[in-house]
Design a protein around this ligand. Structure first.
Ligand code: HEC
Length: 310
């Protein structure tokens, strides 16, 4: 299978971006790729690394290639005590150059829009996990063009940080490539993996239609080399085997399988929605994929795995 990169049409992002970032008086005429090249060359496609874009969405200051040393200002301390960024203190600025306070989002896009990209309509919204910092924009129903999204993420708005101050144009292009690919169905969409639930812990349930046996086979091919045959070799956040994590936080784990885990050797593992669903259904088997301890495990009848729980 073809993993890691998707071919998407060139958005002409760089052109619109360089114009968007400069005051009108300083605008230079757009640079054409090569006016002497033949017509077929100008119709070429740009390779957008949507896995990198997804990791930027997850935790931009941990991705490979980011060298800014940013560490967010801690929300729990009174002092502004982060590292690096445009103010050299772990804050980012809004469109008007004013620092955006860290209310717990740590300037991560997954916090500002949720692990399902749906903003307040999604898993972090008021009907579900009710995170105070999640924004109203649903990136999956947003109709802006890629170039408009690039300009928005680059400059920010009144409360959205201006990510152009810490990310390169290519990184923002990858971020937008990821968002648009999920939105338009070129990559798996969250609703192919889980449904929102007001009853279930963490407010999600895996959707129907998984083949858990196929998921076990995929786990053996793609995951066990690092996580171990029973998923116990890496303890996630110190306490979760990959099995327990899958049973308790698949709404987050789906994005890790899709894009990789920023700052770790785990790269994109699958860009196939059915395969990702199958893997999380397989991880619902508590015997095949045991927990680290009873505290980090689901109870009998837990709704997150639904009928897949064994
Ligand atoms: C190249 C090694 C490697 C492979 C292959 C791999 N992982 Fe990982 N995975 C890791 C490492 C390392 C971490 C980070 C653990 C940490 O620091 O908490 C991780 C973290 C995770 C996390 C938790 C991320 C978080 O939020 O902290 C999940 C879920 C996960 N892996 C699932 C999988 C699944 C499912 C597969 C197979 C489809 C897989 N991994 C394949 C190495 C790997």
């Amino acid at each position: 299978m073809h993993l890691g990169r998707l071919h998407l049409p060139c958005f002409a992002l760089c052109l619109s971006l360089s114009m968007a970032c400069e005051p009108a008086s300083e605008r230079k005429p757009p640079v054409r790729p090569d006016d002497t090249a033949d017509a077929s060359a100008s119709a070429s496609v740009t390779e957008i690394d949507t896995a990198l874009g997804g990791q930027i969405y997850d935790k931009w200051f941990k991705v490979e290639g980011y060298t800014g040393g940013f560490s967010p200002d801690a929300k729990t301390t009174e002092a502004i005590d982060g590292v690096a960024g445009p103010n050299d203190d772990g804050t980012l600025n809004n469109r008007d150059g004013q620092p955006v306070a860290n209310t717990g989002h740590d300037y991560r896009l997954k916090n500002l829009f949720g692990w399902d990209l749906r903003g307040t309509e999604g898993v972090y919204g008021p009907d579900y996990q009710n995170k105070s910092y999640v924004r109203a924009t649903n990136l999956l129903t947003d109709t802006r063009t890629p170039a408009e999204l690039v300009a928005w993420f680059t400059r920010g708005d009144d409360t959205l940080p201006a990510f152009g101050e810490v990310l390169s144009p290519a990184q923002i292009e990858a971020l937008v490539g990821f968002v648009v690919a999920v939105r338009d169905g070129a990559l798996p969409r969250p609703d192919q993996i889980f449904a929102l639930s007001t009853d279930a812990p963490k407010n999600y349930t895996l959707v129907d239609g998984a083949d858990a046996a196929a998921g076990t086979a995929s786990f053996g091919q793609r995951c066990s080399g690092c996580h171990g045959d029973a998923g116990q070799e890496i303890l996630i956040d110190g306490d979760y085997t990959v099995g327990a994590f899958g049973r308790m936080k698949a709404y987050e784990g789906w994005l890790k399988v899709l894009n990789g885990h920023p700052g770790s050797p785990m790269a994109r593992q699958s860009d196939d929605a059915q395969e990702i669903l199958n893997i999380f259904a397989a991880l619902c088997d508590r015997t095949a994929f045991p927990p680290h301890d009873a505290e980090h495990e689901v109870a009998d009848g837990d709704l997150r795995c639904g009928a897949y729980l064994k």
